[in-house]
Ligand binder design. Structure first.
Ligand SMILES: [Zn+2]
Length: 571
């Protein structure tokens, strides 16, 4: 996901960009080594741009990690979802039904799923044992609205290794708050045209269908959506068939099943009367208001070029049979990387030559690159839990600049990375209230709070730092191996560090550092060091010191941790 915020960058700091030696003591005598290069970068007071994250956590992050997690005895294998949104009766509800095929990993007699703001038809809830086609007796239904849990208790134990099917019918609400399955509108003249779109990341798929709404619990999805005549539906996959219910007039769009397991937060639907502009091969389409079709030309032209650049970099092709991108009139975030159906705030995908600013064009390209990068980092290799969100957003921020730099070569986005990403990270991460890149989170509010400059820009900057340490090609090959090893699975930072280390050891006879040792100090601690270099010319001595940088250095730190980082120094 990309978020929006205007930011002023005012901090001038040392940025150390490549390595000749690693150093992590408080004081280092470098008298024998000639100091060669530091890359000093300073941003101006006048830099304004659309930033990609909110600035730091907006609430205290605690260690509350398990209370909000689902039990692990039962996990999803496959969802079949049926939805009928009603945009015209003034009530803005939708009728839904879900069938979840379940695998049992530990004996239990209850199944707990997430559900939020859904009116579940208690009579409809059933649990079916697949091996002998027997319906189990449902003993009780227990909603826990605080944690968005819905627990179904059955009369007999679910057997490890067997599959069951949970069925639930319900009514949901097309809300106005741009979360879950929500409603939006635009005008044609004085006529109000309604549409429905989705925003599930991080914890709002549960507002659209009962589900195991955690990023690590990936499953296959098959979706059908019934719409009124005059509208059409889009989902992650292409339409497999369309049929019309003669009695109700509902037009059913049955979508192909996903070819791989997908995290719930990446599922999406759009029901609208939008028009599309497509690439000549029909693979890429952008969907928008009819009046805005001409404004999609640049996105249709640049998207395939960005995709090819990312495929070449990762060594892995994009996997779905189509890519739709939708310009949504009401959209809370900047854009959302739903697999096969990326949604954008209108002005971040549409561009009018001669009217829009040059910066608008750059935003279109970089935000598309950001969302496409998620196809590998987040969608294919998904975080085990939200505490590793930086694995998604750090890489998306990194490629947002460096992939676009390889496609739009005159914009110098590789240089822009420093003022826009590194400096904004330094600014945000210099506060006492900052958080580590890897941070324990539990409740939906805690999870939302880490969609922050640290998870985006600091993580992107640390990724760039290790790229410089390893050299770009060694880094690229390590990343390619990481994606190959963990595709269609879930990941944590150690998997990334291991892949990079292995590639480094393949390339270098005597490695000078250990990737995990270095990156643990950057990813598990908040803040960063300010480096002070003192040279004594008469004695031919250089003293290098590190200490945690706080925006207000006279303020005493709020914790007693002895902060030290492994710092790459170029000399
Ligand atoms: Zn993102």
């Amino acid at each position: 996901m990309i978020l929006l915020r205007y930011d002023v960058l005012t901090v001038a700091l040392l940025t150390i960009t490549s390595v000749q030696a690693f150093w992590s003591s408080n004081q280092w005598d470098a008298s024998r080594i000639r100091l060669r290069q530091f890359d000093l970068t300073q941003s101006s007071d006048n830099f304004y741009r659309i930033n990609d994250a909110v600035d730091g956590p907006n609430e205290t992050i605690t260690d509350e990690t398990t209370e909000y997690r689902l039990p692990t005895s039962v996990v999803p294998d496959r969802y079949v979802i049926t939805l009928i949104p009603n945009l015209d009766d003034g009530n803005f509800t939708f009728i839904g039904a879900v069938e979840i095929t379940l695998n049992v990993t530990n004996a239990t007699n209850s199944i707990t799923v997430h559900a939020n703001d859904l009116e579940i038809d208690d009579e409809s809830v059933s649990v079916h044992r697949l091996i002998d086609e027997v319906d189990l007796v449902v003993l009780g239904l227990s909603p826990d609205t605080g944690r968005h849990f819905f627990t179904v208790t059955v009369s007999e134990g679910l057997v490890v290794g067997q599959q069951y099917r949970l069925r639930i019918s319900y009514t949901g609400h097309l809300r106005e708050d741009m979360g879950g399955f929500y409603r939006s509108y635009y005008y044609v003249g004085t006529e109000k045209r309604w549409l429905a779109s989705t925003q599930f990341q991080p914890t709002n798929a549960r507002r659209a269908f009962p589900c195991f709404d955690e990023p690590g619990l990936k499953a296959i999805f098959k979706v059908s959506i019934g719409v009124d005549f005059g509208r059409h539906a889009l989902a992650n996959m292409p339409v497999e068939s369309i049929d019309v219910d003669a009695e109700s007039g509902i037009v059913w769009h049955h979508f192909q099943e996903t070819p791989m397991p997908i995290s719930t937060y990446l599922i999406a639907f759009v029901v609208s009367d939008f028009s599309n502009l497509s690439s000549s091969d029909g693979f890429y389409s952008t969907w928008q208001r009819e009046a805005a079709v001409g404004q999609a030309q640049y996105s249709i032209e640049v998207t395939p070029r960005l995709m090819r650049a990312l495929e070449a970099y990762t060594g892995q092709e994009y996997f779905l049979p189509k890519l739709d991108q939708v310009a949504v009139p009401d959209f809370d975030a900047g854009a959302m990387e739903n697999w096969g159906l990326i949604t954008y705030r209108e002005q971040l995908i549409l561009y009018v030559e001669g009217v829009s600013r040059a910066m608008d064009k750059q935003n279109v390209a970089t935000i598309i690159a950001h969302e496409l990068a998620h196809k590998w980092f987040g969608n294919l290799v998904s975080p085990k839990w939200w505490k590793y969100l930086w694995l998604n957003e750090g890489f998306a921020t990194f490629f947002e600049y460096f992939t676009t730099a390889s496609v739009e070569t005159s914009w110098r986005l590789d240089h822009q990375f420093v003022p826009y990403a590194v400096q904004s990270a330094l600014s945000s991460d210099s506060l006492q209230s900052s958080h580590p890149m890897t941070v324990d989170v539990g409740s939906p509010n805690e999870i939302s709070a880490i969609f922050s400059t640290v998870s985006y820009s600091k993580a992107g900057s640390v990724i760039r730092m290790i790229e410089h340490c390893l050299t770009p090609e060694t880094f690229r090959q390590g990343i390619s191996q990481y994606v190959a090893n963990h595709g269609n699975q879930t990941s944590e930072p150690d998997y990334l560090f291991r892949a990079l280390q292995e590639q480094y050891e393949n390339e270098v006879e005597s490695p000078e550092f250990d990737v995990k040792t270095v990156l643990d100090t950057w990813s598990t601690q908040k803040g960063y060091p300010v480096i002070t270099v003192s040279r004594n010319y008469s004695q031919g001595q250089t003293i290098v010191r590190q200490e945690r940088f706080l925006r207000n250095m006279s303020e005493s730190p709020t914790d007693t941790r002895d902060y030290k980082w492994w710092v790459p120094l170029t000399y």
